[in-house]
Write a protein that binds this ligand. Sequence first.
Ligand code: NAI
Length: 266
Amino acid sequence: MATELSSQLAGKVALITGSASGIGKDIAETYAQAGAAVGIADLNLAGAQATADAINAAGGKAIAIEMDVTSEEAVQAGTQKLLDAFGRYDILVSNAGIQIIDSIDKMPYSNWKKMLDIHLNGAFLTTQAALKSMYAQPEPSTVIYMGSIHSHLASPLKAPYVTAKHALLGLARTLAKEGAAHGVRSYVICPGFVKTPLVEKQIPEQAREKGITEEEVVKNVMLGNTVDGEFTTTDDIAQLALFLAAFPTAALTGQSFIASHGWEMK
Ligand code: NAI
């Protein structure tokens, strides 16, 4: 989390999904420090409340919103809660996500559908709910999708994740075209590995699946293609999300931005 206070997002209202933990939590804290009022939307209400309480205690403005991004009703109700609390809606960060590791020949169909439901359908539902307000406001607004390095490349055992993260590029590009007339700009952030609970869980799972040690998973599988063997951090991603939300023109709309220590360059 950045420590400097700024006013880059003063008067703006943001909703960040999956912000009880990891990358989303850091983005919410960073946006609040930049002056935005933030909705901490997550399946995990207790975690969302803890994040909101910490932001409010630090002098920011935040509310916790219980939201399963795969439920149209929950997304609509959560969006209304944001509007009731703060009166407008300027920035959506569609970030909620999970990981399920399995090979294509063995993965149960239910897991395939669950992954696409959270990563892709959740992005659609939260976008559609946000656009009702964003299209009605004269000021520009921003939609950021949390893609991944896997929006641009594939790894074994991650078929639905890779598929959904690639698909977010299509959604962002279409929104850039459709939203332009309404001042809506869209972006995809594509992180390399960031040490969050989502990744901590994968280390032993991948070691088991691949028959290698956990150290080998980190050094060779996760960071082997970086230029310096370093993890990307939640703060790296939060600073990029702040830069994009505060960017003053539509020059960058529709683009994806890779932050991966040189693992992939496009
Ligand atoms: P995390 O596990 O720390 O946080 C994910 C949050 O999403 C949790 O608070 C969880 O409760 C919430 N969530 C899960 N399902 C939900 C649902 N149906 N509705 C609402 N909230 C739900 O994970 P992390 O690492 O912060 O991941 C955030 C996003 O960043 C994900 O989309 C992930 O794919 C993406 N990402 C993560 C990378 C990493 O290395 N950690 C790399 C590239 C992308």
